[in-house]
Design a protein around this ligand. Structure first.
Ligand code: F6R
Length: 261
């Protein structure tokens, strides 16, 4: 993994945003995996500015969201259909048909999950996947105990995730849906590259386990160690529990000394 540690959440988001914008510039038909939650918002804002100020062309990209709650109407303000529309589709000026979100408000979410996994394959696979990390180490909504080979499927949200996400539901964890449709860990690992963004001390333990711990379903994000192209953008607070922080900083500082870099 390339671990890039920045002094603030804003600078971490700018570094990650630049990586995503560069990928779009290099491949105007990029298939981009988008995450929801607070962490990627700075990336989306960075890309929006690149579109507005530097003419970055997003007219040919396709986006696939990581996950969706089961049972929330698509126009509910906290449904990931609405969140992705408000944070990516609308600010970037994408057409709705460029953006895909799993169907969570359906009578058959299991079938919706299978259909979604197939839709990603039909699109040629995700080129670059943006992910955040849960305080319990989840990626997407692959909670601890998830199969590391899992495909898009229905999962039950962990109580810690429902507590963490209560802030989006007037502080009421009981208002947070119980189930979700999420890309599986195997689905995420199929992406060409992965950009992880995280900040704050609440993520420090999960980040250390993801980067330096054993590959284990106890920390689902640790499965990213098996992926050859993972870029981790974090702030000082999220880096606090890393044992080899000095080494990661040294690698970044010397990256341009490599012949051909
Ligand atoms: C969101 C998702 C989750 C979040 C994670 C972190 O689509 O799949 O894994 O990325 O829960 O959420 P924030 O960024 O709100 O701390």
């Amino acid at each position: 993994m390339d671990v890039v540690i920045s002094p603030t959440p804003v600078s971490a988001a700018s570094q990650a945003g630049a990586k995503v914008a560069e990928a779009i510039a290099n491949n105007p038909r990029l298939v981009l995996g988008v995450a929801t939650g607070s962490s990627p918002l700075g990336i989306y804002e960075y890309v929006r500015r690149e579109i507005e100020e530097n003419g970055l062309d997003v007219s040919g990209i396709t986006c696939f969201a990581l996950d969706e709650y089961v049972g929330l109407p698509e126009d509910h303000p906290e449904s990931y259909h609405r969140v992705v529309a408000a944070t990516v589709t609308e600010p970037w000026g994408l057409k709705p048909e460029q953006v895909h979100v799993p169907a969570g408000n359906t009578g058959n979410p299991r079938q919706a999950a299978l259909d979604y996994d197939q839709a990603i394959k039909d699109a040629g696979g995700v080129d670059l996947q943006i992910v955040g990390i849960g305080g319990n180490g989840h990626i997407g909504f692959n909670e601890p105990g998830s199969s590391l080979g899992s495909r898009t499927r229905v999962k039950t949200l962990h109580p810690r995730t429902r507590e963490d996400n209560a802030r989006f539901f007037d502080g009421d964890m009981n208002a947070v849906p119980i189930h979700c449709v999420t890309q599986g860990i195997g689905t995420i690992l199929d992406a060409g590259s992965v950009v992880m963004i995280a900040s704050g001390e609440a993520k420090a333990d999960a980040i250390a386990k993801m980067v330096e711990g054993a590959v284990s379903s106890n920390c689902p994000a640790s499965a990213l160690q098996l992926h050859p192209h993972v870029f981790v953008y974090i702030d000082d607070a999220a880096a606090a529990d890393l044992q080899h922080r000095d080494y990661y900083d040294f690698a970044v500082a010397n990256a341009d000394k490599l012949p051909g870099a």
